[in-house]
Design a protein around this ligand. Structure first.
Ligand code: NAD
Length: 470
């Protein structure tokens, strides 16, 4: 059988946000680039079965939720009629519009796209699998293979009723009772979607609180709302066994509840693990760490001079925007620039209702590391805009270096926290101090005012809060 051979300067393995950002940037910088992925089109998990479809469904959930809550100000709607088929195709249309667009953007830049699974043969050769056999010869490579859902023993039953995030995003149906295992990003985002569509959702989280990475005061308003819209939330609880019966999946809990309960479906969202185990890394002398991450330096270079790694496969946090930035750094280094990944803040956003967002230092992290800080809080009950939206439960907080007032971290819970956090990112990257935010005019009335006012709280002169001087 003929073996096809492709030759390229730079190969990017994986066409998710990290991979395509790297490939496009490298091409923009004049390099010859080939991007390889098992999917027909670029986009990776994020566009196909992650960030984008989940946000489409979360938007639908928010519309339903807003309609339900509008009773509070005298407007009542009938219960929504949900056309799952239409919802699915709307979501798929967005995905195909975006992946198609990326395909065009790649072509226009002259990036060659190869649909294949690849494995390293040596530091200049990849074997092409799953298609026509072939080899790909390269000078330099960027590994951007991402991650996949973690499977936990006991929950690896071969059952259609057990879903990972990809299955859940397919919206197979609206189960009457849904168990979500894992109270992290995916569990809470997809739990929110299914609860709005009409499922009775139970969340079981092994640790003491939901969203373990976020400060407790930011999680509290979300947890309060979730406890009303979900059937149950069990923290410090584990699933010890699952058996399938005609009625559904019977689950034995252990922890805050020791009950046995039956669910129509179970969504497992207990984290993701890096895709580093099926790449032939042993042939090129790269050994991932115990968690499967490939170790890289600040230029995203692995222990092999000509091989780089970015995104989920190169370490936490497993977030698309971190991957995209790393992709640009790697491309610039390949083009001979002296770039490094030296970002001060990587924002995290959980797109629940309300949204939870944080960037830079968290209060928990500061305490654990013994970092000296002052914290200021601005409750949204004092924000006119938040009250007009019926969302006074929000909170904006900021951590400052005590002497200089330099902003170390920002946390926000509330409507649009995911958008509002951007100002915090910029403030941290620019090494801004409290005065920089306090003296910036924030449009009135907007939620962004809370970001200015929290700096005012630190400085002791917030307009919409009064604290007696001690
Ligand atoms: P996660 O790490 O956010 O949450 C997993 C949760 O499961 C944790 O709270 C953990 O304590 C819990 N857990 C682990 N084992 C358990 C068990 N046996 N029983 C009960 N609970 C258990 O992981 P995820 O939600 O699967 O998401 C994976 C990654 O994908 C995230 O870390 C994030 O990086 C990324 N992601 C990001 C977004 C976003 O940016 N909005 C959305 C979805 C996913």
């Amino acid at each position: 059988m003929a073996v096809s051979q492709i030759e390229t300067d730079v190969v990017v393995i994986g066409a998710g946000p990290g991979g395509y950002a790297a490939a496009f940037h490298a091409a923009d910088l004049g390099l010859q680039v080939t991007m390889v992925d098992t999917r027909e089109r670029p986009g990776g998990v994020c566009l196909n079965v992650g960030c984008i479809p989940s946000k489409a469904l979360l938007h639908a959930a928010e519309v339903i939720d807003e309609a339900r809550h509008s009773k509070d100000f005298g407007i009542s709607f009938a219960e929504p009629a949900i056309d799952l088929e239409r919802l699915r195709s709307w979501k798929e249309k967005i995905v195909s519009q975006l992946t198609g667009g990326l395909g065009q953007l790649g072509k226009k830049r002259g990036v060659e796209y190869v649909q294949a699974k690849v494995r390293f043969e040596d530091t200049g050769t990849l074997a092409l699998e799953d298609g026509e056999p072939g080899i790909l010869k390269f000078q330099r490579a960027i590994i951007a293979t991402g991650s996949r859902p973690t499977v936990i023993p006991g929950l690896d039953l071969e059952s259609d009723r057990i879903m990972d995030s990809t299955d859940a995003l397919e919206l197979p149906d609206v189960p009457k009772r849904l168990l979500v295992v894992g109270g992290g990003y995916i569990g809470l985002e997809l739990g929110t979607v299914y609860a709005a569509l009409g499922s009775k959702v139970t969340v079981v989280e092994m640790l003491a609180g939901l969203l373990p990475g976020a400060d407790k005061d930011l999680v509290r308003p979300l947890e309060r709302r979730i406890r009303k819209s979900f059937e149950a939330v069990y923290t410090e609880t584990k699933v010890v066994s699952v058996t399938e019966t005609k009625k559904g999946l019977t689950v034995q809990f252990e922890g805050k509840t020791d009950e046995k309960q039956t669910f129509d479906r179970v969504l497992v969202a207990v984290g993701r693990r890096p895709n580093s185990d099926d790449l032939g890394l042993e042939k090129i002398g790269i050994e991932p760490d115990d968690a499967g991450f490939i170790t890289v330096d600040e230029q995203c270079r692995t222990s092999r001079e000509n091989i780089f790694a970015i995104g989920d496969v190169a370490g936490q946090p497993m977030l698309a925007h971190k991957a995209m930035r790393e992709g640009k750094v790697a491309a610039e280094v390949l083009a001979g620039k002296r770039s490094i990944f030296d970002n001060q803040a990587i924002p995290a956003v959980v797109f629940t209702n309300p949204e939870v967002a944080w960037t830079g230092l968290t209060e928990t992290e500061a305490k654990n590391k013994g970092i000296d800080f002052k914290v200021a809080r601005f409750p949204w009950a004092a924000s006119g805009r938040a009250l007009t939206l019926g969302r006074g439960e929000g909170l904006t907080k900021m951590l400052f270096e005590p002497e200089s007032g330099r902003i170390l971290g920002v946390g926000i819970v509330g409507s649009n926290a995911g958008e509002l956090i951007a100002e915090g990112n910029l403030a941290i990257e620019m090494a801004a101090v409290a005065e920089d935010l306090a003296l910036t005019i924030h449009t009135h009335p907007t939620l962004s005012e809370t970001v200015g006012e929290v700096a005012d709280v630190f400085l002791g002169h917030a307009t919409h809060l009064f604290r007696k001087k001690s």
